[in-house]
Design a protein around this ligand. Structure first.
Ligand code: F1P
Length: 293
């Protein structure tokens, strides 16, 4: 069994643990009403997008998400929250160093990483750290912690993750030549992450959009050999329009975070079918550490 397959399967347990921490971290995580920015790179950035939409959408304060490299230097926030499994990603370290006057909270997997000592609040999810390069459980556990702190996590989410791990994947998906993942609100970040997983682990041509954007161009890619996968509830009429292209439509019936687990499984199934080792993703390293930033 690969590291990524084992880590992927441990997500229900990790989510339970992460959610259980939320009550004890009230002083370290953003309070309701704070104006915050959430940052990260790669997978961590997509989790930041999901959290930002959940927090602002539930009326708990203005929340912007940025790739760490694109943080607008002139903006003022009550707090910057950085997500980083490794705690070593160059762009995140650079931003935290520059933002000394702002309260900085980091959520990291490795307690011995440089990020652990440079923030005002350090939250360590070491139980969710991973051996694999391709992230699964750290990212979803960090989001579960933040979701629980917003009061938006329930046991039903963990039950859905168990269903996502147990049920067979829809037939015919492994053979598809292209995948489009769609989301709405907080699941836009999850759609972005699903597409990234497919690229990283399976070298699959995958795209992601807010669901209402699909008709504005991306639909032209859809045809009999492609699949369009909705994370969360679909806009009215969209499934019919996808069916009319001949593409496969995958309706996300589970909680969107559990639906992402199904996408992770698909990425591994495609990697296996193509003879790829998902623990050795092409051109990737566990963390991007730049000598010239
Ligand atoms: C972020 C990240 C991963 C990506 C790759 C390089 O790392 O961009 O999402 O899959 O392995 O690093 P981190 O800041 O969360 O450690």
């Amino acid at each position: 069994m690969t590291h990524v397959a084992r880590e992927l399967a441990s997500q229900p347990d990790c989510w339970r643990r992460a959610a259980g921490m939320a009550g004890g971290l009230a002083g370290q995580l953003p309070a309701s009403g704070e104006r915050i920015a959430v940052v990260g790179c790669g997978t961590s950035y997509f989790m930041a997008q999901a959290y930002a939409a959940l927090r602002e959408g539930s009326g708990q304060g203005e929340t912007d998400a940025f790739a760490a490299s694109e943080f607008p230097a002139g903006r003022r926030y009550d707090r910057i929250v950085a997500l980083s499994r490794s705690g070593t990603t160059t762009e995140v370290l650079g931003l935290l160093a520059q933002a000394k006057g702002t309260r900085r909270t980091v959520i990291i997997g490795d307690p011995d990483s440089p990020m652990a000592t440079m923030a005002d609040d350090t939250v360590v999810l070491d139980f969710a750290d991973e051996r694999s390069v391709v992230q699964t459980r750290f990212a979803t556990s960090a989001l579960t912690l933040l979701r629980a702190q917003l009061g938006l996590h329930t046991d039903a989410v963990v039950e859905d993750a168990q269903v996502a791990l147990a049920e067979p994947l829809p037939t015919g998906l492994v053979e598809c030549t292209q995948f489009t993942f769609l989301g709405r609100g907080w699941s836009v970040g999850l759609a972005n992450e699903g597409a990234l997983k497919m690229r990283e682990a399976a070298l699959s041509w995958s795209e992601a959009y807010p669901a209402m954007e699909y008709r504005h161009g991306p639909i032209s890619i859809s045809t009999r050999s492609t699949a369009t996968w909705m994370l969360g509830d679909a806009p009215a009429g969209l499934s019919d329009e996808v069916h009319a292209t001949g593409a496969r439509w995958v309706a996300g019936g589970l909680d969107p975070l559990a639906e992402l687990v199904r996408v992770q499984r698909l990425a591994l199934a495609i990697a296996q079918a193509r003879g790829l080792d998902p623990d050795r993703p092409r051109h990737l390293t566990r963390s991007v550490i730049l000598s010239t930033a």
